[in-house]
Design a protein around this ligand. Sequence first.
Ligand code: SF4
Length: 459
Amino acid sequence: MESLFSLLKGTSFEVPEPWPETSAYALSGVAKERGAILAGKTILMTEDVVTKIFQAAVSVMDGADNLFTVEAKLTNVVRTAPEGVTRKALEKRLAQVSRNAGFKRKREVNEARSRLRDACAIVILITVGMRISELVSIKAGGYRHESREDITLYFIEAHVAKTGDGLSEFVAPEIAIRAFRVLEQLSVDLRARHMELLDATRISGDSHKYAELIAHEQGLFLAKSNKNGTISTHTGMNVRLKAFVAGLGIDWDFNSHQARRTFAVNVARSSRGDLMLLKEHFKHWSLDMTVLYAAHESADEELWDCVYDAVSNLRVETIGRWLGGNALLAGGLAHRMMTLRANDEDVKVYGSREKLIEVVSETVNIRSTGVAWCTAADINCGGGYGMERTRCADCSSSVIEASPHQAKWEAMLIQQLELKELSDIGVAAKERAERDYQHCRQVLTDLGCDVDALEAEPI
Ligand code: SF4
């Protein structure tokens, strides 16, 4: 069912995702038997759902400048109103300016503000992995950037109360910083008003009230109470975000913690290079983000634990497929894996196949090269994502599976066929094309593909 879903996606025969909140591996109970670290109670958002929510949030964020322009015009109307103007006349003028900007009434501008704040919150939650309590603790100016390997990395500072870590840094993509800046702009007035209150309280000597107020200083999620005008950090963001998602017409019961788990799984996927979701927004995820998280000293440790769990799950799942299934494998390590799979002696040594999978997955490191799973420690060999993709074909560290690799080997085979036909590339290039062509043939044959039939198909 999973293969059908994946193969038919985007065609007119598309079928619904069979079990969007889990996997065949988990449903079968095999994962549990094999001691895989199963995910917590929080449901993982499906790729489809998270993409829709994220895209909607980004599109609201894209309208920020427009909203700020309208607000500036409204402020100007009030500021330049002639002396003695009646309230009714002023409201009429404000309503006119709102309508000119596409809002039915002035109230809609305020609603758009709240919506913009919620959209920014969603963008940060999904791309940074914070808890909601950490999100509402972020303060104006609380981010920094640094360059590594020609890539700019951003870090957002937040207060981690749950684990008692205090101020911690979260690695953030550029789009999260964009959301951060919009939040800064959105909160300018409330922060200024809050500072006035803070100063007045300090001068009055009310230390109790001052201590209460200072906790919210420069917060990006300040709200003003309609009851008594107090300004403090918003306490109902989870409910607001639920409503934001419901308002998109997406049939999904959103909970901010789902964004954190989704984030952890995406970081884990980034280590395998199979992160498709939101890839353009995660440019610096071309680095192995798991390494970055593990090495970042002031990062939230529990978030790293979530990421580590997700990495372990993916690894056990992959090794489980190699050693527990019956699918054909190609690559230099495939033979060894298939022998382990078939050899009951090894199973006896470890007590059970599940234990064998667990032990192997603890010792084998897997990263994706796009065309194979690479288990080598050296990541600069030139194969895979390097200059010579076909090198993974018979490398002793590679395992190649029908999904997700076969389509790439088919494409490379066709490319080598075309190269071989060229008459002006020189002897060496021709020999190399022949060698790589044979590599592709071998991989595809090992995966059970009818290569002659494939070559006979019109391109
Ligand atoms: S050639 Fe071998 S070591 Fe190099 S990327 Fe491919 S599998 Fe890894």
